[in-house]
Design a protein around this ligand. Structure first.
Ligand code: ADP
Ligand code: MG
Length: 200
């Protein structure tokens, strides 16, 4: 897997090759996943880092890997049950062994507007102490808590997905720093990294 950490100019962050270091509470990183396995590994590491109340927002077209990443996250949280896309029922709930909080896997694909999300009471899920992973999170953007890790997944060709991470707030920035290890582990040596298409 190839990893490039980027510092979009608006983030005011200190760029370190293979790592993430923030000067402010808003940091970003971009990772190129070259297989479903890569995405699962990144998700799993993220899942291991998650604590009660953490919110992970996923944005990306159908097939971009949102559910795959969520499966990795669930594995990292110790969920043994198979994690499938909750597309038809909006929310799947998973108990976490030894924890008082749950994992809510929320899929807003069938939610057409923020008003609908609001009316459905979805906000309740991410207002408590549970871990939430939200697919199609942009459909409820104005209802989301201010602190969250936003991950945009982009199709970059057969087997390739670009994962753009944006940490909004101190806690998501900590998660992102915690991920620097997996970026290094699976990222190979800088000189062997292929070029990653520029992010818009
Ligand atoms: N690098 C990759 N990361 C994630 N999925 C990938 C990757 N390359 C190919 N795939 C495939 O793309 C599909 C992603 O599906 P899924 O995770 O359900 O997407 P979404 O939830 O965004 O609609 C799967 O069939 C998976 O095997
Ligand atoms: Mg999905």
């Amino acid at each position: 897997m190839s990893v490039r950490v980027r510092a979009p100019s608006e983030y005011n962050c200190l760029l370190e090759e293979g790592g993430v270091s923030a000067l402010s509470e808003r940091v970003g990183a971009t990772v190129l996943s070259t297989s479903r396995h890569d995405t699962l590994v990144i998700g799993q590491r993220l899942g291991q880092l998650l604590q009660a109340g953490d919110v992970i927002c996923l944005q990306g077209e159908l097939g971009s890997g949102k559910t795959c990443l969520t499966q990795g996250i669930a594995a990292g949280l110790g969920v043994a049950r198979p994690v499938t896309s909750p597309t038809f029922i909006i929310v799947n709930e998973y108990a976490l062994a030894g924890k008082r909080h749950m994992l809510y896997h929320i899929d807003l694909y069938r939610v057409e507007s923020v008003a609908e999300a609001c009316a459905t009471g979805l906000e309740e899920y991410w207002s408590g102490d549970d871990v939430c992973v939200i697919e199609w999170a942009e459909r409820a953007r104005s209802l989301l808590p201010p602190e969250h890790l936003w991950i945009t997944l982009l199709y970059r060709g057969e087997g390739l997905r670009e994962l753009q991470f944006e940490a909004l707030g101190a806690r998501p920035a900590e998660m992102l720093r915690g991920l620097a290890g997996v970026f290094d582990e699976v990222g190979g040596r800088p000189e062997s990294r292929p070029e990653v298409p520029a992010c818009s």
